[in-house]
Structure formats: structure tokens, C-alpha cells
Design a protein around this ligand. Structure first.
Ligand SMILES: Cc1cc2nc3c(=O)[nH]c(=O)nc-3n(C[C@H](O)[C@H](O)[C@H](O)COP(=O)(O)O)c2cc1C
Length: 198
């Protein structure tokens, strides 16, 4: 089939929550789809209510809608490589930031990154539950995004493309091939054990 909305649920017989089972990272988004304020708020709140070490909440989130000045600036100058081709069609670019200091002192960034990762993952699960898709991007230009958002007190961790997944119809072979490529993981026995030492 040349046009389909690709679905790639986790290849497992385990009973997973649909938001976990069905989440994957598409690159084909509907360029006409827009998110309303209530949806943006749900996404922001999912991020805000994540757990963090000593409840320090060392994070900030900038949600930018397609068409806004900052969305377009980041889409055109803040992404690298293949991300520049597909991410501009997303409805929202969410910039994830980590605080560099706490009460005037440098933060332990290992803990900070862990906390920010938790909040980001919670955001993505919320997005999935809303019938939308999200795609993390580490292929970004942090210095450019720092300058555009004027956030030198924070480290730019990643940008998350959020939107409504769209059909492969009319898209180039290169992107369609990536959409259809199977999702792979290390085997379960390589990743976790139950009731035994590693
Ligand atoms: C921190 C992080 C950075 C990523 N950076 C990119 C990126 O720059 N471009 C891209 O296309 N995918 C990026 N990805 C997506 C991963 O390639 C993807 O999550 C992985 O291949 C597993 O596929 P799945 O999310 O569909 O299960 C990133 C994912 C994470 C978590």
C-alpha cells in the first residue's frame, strides 16, 4: 500500500498500556493540524506533574505552535540533518530545558538530566493518550535555540515534535522507508531479569 498511517506497536505479548504499546516516533505529520489551548495545557501539565529528585523540578518547557515566529525560527535554524525536512510539519515544537543551578549553586547535572528525562517521557505518554504523536529530537543546535529563547540559565536538552500523524501518501521514498522500518529492541533477557541477579 502506498498510502497508510503507519502503526508500529511494541512487538510483545505482554499486556501493555496502550499509550506505551502504541507510542513510536513518526516523521510524517499533518501540516494543517493545530493544537488548541486546552491540549497545550494538558501537555504542559503532564510535564509539570512529573516526579523529580527532592521535588526540585529542574525543568522548563517552551511550547511553540507552527506558524508562530519562534516555531519557524527553530524549525529553520535550530534543527540538524534530516530533522530539518520533516519536523517543520509538526503542530508543535516543545523545547525541553534543564536548570543549570539551584539556589545559586551549580546543579548535579546527572540528577537533573534524569529528572528532565522523566518529565519529557510523561509528556510523550500524555500526547499519545490524546491520539497524537511525539518525536524526540537530539539533532538540534542548542546554541541557536538558547539565543532564540534567551535561556542562558538553562541547558537545551532536546526538542520534541508533537502533532497528528498523517498518511505516507505523496511523501518521498526516503521518509516512507524510515516510517515503515521495523522498531527493534534488545531482547527482553538482555534488558531485564525477574527474581534473579543479572
Ligand atoms: C533523546 C532522544 C533524541 C533523539 N533524537 C532524534 C533525532 O534527532 N532525530 C530523529 O529522527 N529521531 C530522534 N530520536 C528518536 C529515536 O531514534 C527513537 O526513539 C528510537 O529509534 C526508537 O524508536 P521509537 O521511538 O519509534 O520506538 C531521539 C530519541 C531520543 C529519546
Amino acid at each position: 500500500m502506498n498510502h497508510e498511517i503507519v502503526q508500529k506497536p511494541a512487538d510483545t505479548t505482554a499486556n501493555l498500556h496502550p499509550s506505551v504499546r502504541d507510542r513510536w516516533s513518526p516523521r510524517i505529520y499533518d501540516p494543517e493540524h493545530n493544537l488548541g489551548m486546552a491540549e497545550l495545557e494538558s501537555i504542559g501539565e503532564a510535564f509539570r506533574w512529573a516526579p523529580s529528585s527532592s521535588n526540585q523540578q529542574p525543568w522548563k518547557l517552551v511550547l511553540l505552535r507552527r506558524g508562530s515566529e519562534l516555531f519557524e525560527a527553530i524549525a529553520s535554524t535550530g534543527l540538524t540533518g534530516f530533522n530539518q525536512t520533516w519536523a517543520p510539519r509538526a503542530s508543535v515544537l516543545a523545547v525541553v530545558l534543564a536548570a543549570k543551578s539551584f539556589e545559586g549553586k551549580d546543579r548535579d547535572m546527572a540528577k537533573t538530566y534524569f529528572d528532565v528525562g522523566l518529565a519529557s517521557s510523561q509528556l510523550v505518554t500524555q500526547v499519545e493518550s490524546m491520539g497524537l504523536k511525539a518525536h524526540f529530537m537530539g539533532g538540534i543546535v542548542p546554541e541557536k535555540i538558547t539565543e532564540l529563547l534567551n535561556v542562558s540559565e538553562h541547558a537545551v536538552i532536546c526538542v520534541i515534535a508533537i502533532g497528528k500523524q498523517s498518511s505516507t501518501e505523496g511523501h518521498e521514498d526516503a521518509i516512507v522507508a524510515r516510517e515503515r522500518a521495523p522498531r527493534t529492541r534488545n531482547s527482553s533477557s538482555d534488558v531485564y531479569v525477574i527474581d534473579s541477579a543479572l
